[in-house]
Write a protein that binds this ligand. Structure first.
Ligand SMILES: NC(=O)c1ccc[n+]([C@@H]2O[C@H](COP(=O)([O-])OP(=O)(O)OC[C@H]3O[C@@H](n4cnc5c(N)ncnc54)[C@H](O)[C@@H]3O)[C@@H](O)[C@H]2O)c1
Length: 432
């Protein structure tokens, strides 16, 4: 029986980890402690999962007491991004394994601290990069390993986040670089990790442009320049295109997003000191919502990446070019939010010399492209012995994905290319 303590009883923890741990994986696994800065989170959790009624709860200062009392095999780190570093370091210091949500941390210098602490600890770090596990992403990894594209020369990845999901980041703690590292870390950590994993190379240098185009006080759709509003009580919300698009005047929306609970505005929100409907046009918003970036890798590959957090639909376009062929795929995401017909995802493979193949895959059920359930099985039952390649990410993968993300926003701020080793291994590079 493996024992877990949860650090950060977040929405993600409740749905992604606690629910399966108390249900399908409860024979082999047990939650023995809950830690959060906000005691309300414990009552929400215990009401939802009465199986945890007797599980002891702890505040952040009691971390070591919790470890001594409950003797866990794993610390599951699932709180706000900026809280990860502290619990990962404290767990490693206590020689305990860590499973952490992405982003592992919010700064490259903290990522380095974690790699150093892990090297001295009996504990190991796993980063739950669920995007690696999606049906399509695993197939692409397999095609690369089979040599279908040869040596990879360049990758084009354009990611689009729709107005529902994109605006959700600007309503919550995610909108502050202090809390999340900014979106080139908080969100793009997934994308940079995927590319790093597919390539099996280390990123060396990044150059990027970025801007705040849609959100913040100067957003073009801001109905009135005034900070401190909340959607639930806003008197100009019916003049706000982002609100009106997703909140009909009558009835409720059927849109889905695992980051923001649709419909929470009118009810008591399940948080203390925090409402998830802060105004997306608040003056304090200073992170970017649009990026284009170029990344150079140590094996010679080059990445051209862009992301936009206010697109009319969600999805991505990917092309991988190599000396033997090219892979192409386009994803449209979340049917409940796409108001037009769109094609099912497929993979097109073009050998450099020869006929095109189209690969149709049976989509695995579950969140994040079918990735979440397979990741959970690897975490809670052990890595699938039938799989022939490494997929669970460790601290180094977590660190390099964060270093690229920090390189992106730093390059925007400093208007120059950023060397990845420098920001990862020279901690004098502090947040500006
Ligand atoms: N992999 C994915 O696809 C995915 C999806 C959603 C969220 N996430 C990640 O999951 C984590 C939680 O996100 P969420 O949106 O569910 O968060 P949330 O806003 O629901 O919860 C944050 C939690 O952190 C707690 N907290 C704040 N400060 C703390 C401290 N010092 N010590 C302990 N607890 C503290 C809060 O009380 C709250 O319980 C984040 O790291 C996020 O990036 C990952």
């Amino acid at each position: 029986m493996k024992k877990y303590v949860i650090c950060g009883v977040s929405n993600r923890a409740l749905e992604m980890f606690i629910k399966p741990l108390v249900n399908e994986f409860s024979k082999e696994n047990k939650i023995v402690g809950l830690l959060d800065a906000d005691p309300l989170r414990f009552s929400i959790c215990k009401e939802k999962y009465p199986q945890l009624d007797q599980v002891p709860t702890f505040n952040p200062e009691q971390f070591e007491t919790m470890i001594d009392q409950t003797k866990p095999d794993y610390v599951l780190v699932t709180g706000r991004d900026d809280t990860h570093v502290e619990y990962i370091l404290r767990a490693l210091h206590k020689q305990v394994n860590v499973i952490t949500e992405k982003p592992m941390v919010t700064k490259a210098s903290d990522a380095n601290k974690i790699m150093q602490a892990e090297a001295k600890s009996k504990g190991k770090v796993i980063v739950t990069f669920n995007y690696r596990y999606s049906t399509f992403h695993r197939k692409i990894k397999e095609m690369i390993l089979e040599g279908k594209v040869g040596r990879i020369t360049s990758i084009d990845l354009n990611w689009y986040i729709d107005t529902y999901h994109g605006s959700s980041y600007f309503k919550r703690w995610n909108r502050s670089r202090e809390n999340s590292g900014g979106l080139s870390i908080h969100k793009s950590t997934h994308h940079f990790d995927l590319i790093n994993w597919w390539l099996d190379q280390k990123p060396e240098e990044v150059f990027a442009y970025g801007a705040l185009n849609y959100y913040g006080q100067d957003g073009e759709m801001n109905p009135r320049k005034e900070s401190g509003r909340f959607c639930g009580t806003c008197d100009v919300r019916n003049d706000c295109s982002y609100f009106r698009r997703w909140n009909p005047r009558a009835g409720s929306t059927t849109v889905r997003d695992d980051h923001l609970l649709a419909g929470v505005y009118e009810k008591d929100v399940p948080y203390t000191n925090y409402r998830p409907d802060a105004c997306i046009f608040d003056e304090e918003i200073s992170i970017e919502d649009t990026y284009v970036a170029a990344v150079k890798y140590d094996g010679g590959s080059m990445l051209s990446y862009s992301i936009n957090f206010s697109a009319p639909y969600e999805g991505y376009r990917l092309a991988i070019n190599g000396t033997k062929g090219r892979i192409e795929t386009t994803e449209y995401h979340e049917p409940s939010r796409i108001p037009f017909e769109y094609p099912e995802q497929k993979i097109d493979y073009y050998p450099l010399f020869g006929g095109k193949e189209t690969i149709e895959l049976v989509q695995d059920p579950g969140g994040h492209g079918g990735g979440d359930p397979i990741l959970l099985a690897d975490l809670f039952l052990g890595p699938d012995p039938a799989r022939k390649y490494e997929i669970l990410a460790g601290a180094e993968a977590g660190a390099y994905s964060i270093a690229v993300g920090e390189g992106v926003w730093r390059s925007v701020a400093e208007k120059k290319p950023i060397n990845i080793k420098e920001i990862l291994f020279h901690s004098e590079h502090q947040l500006t």
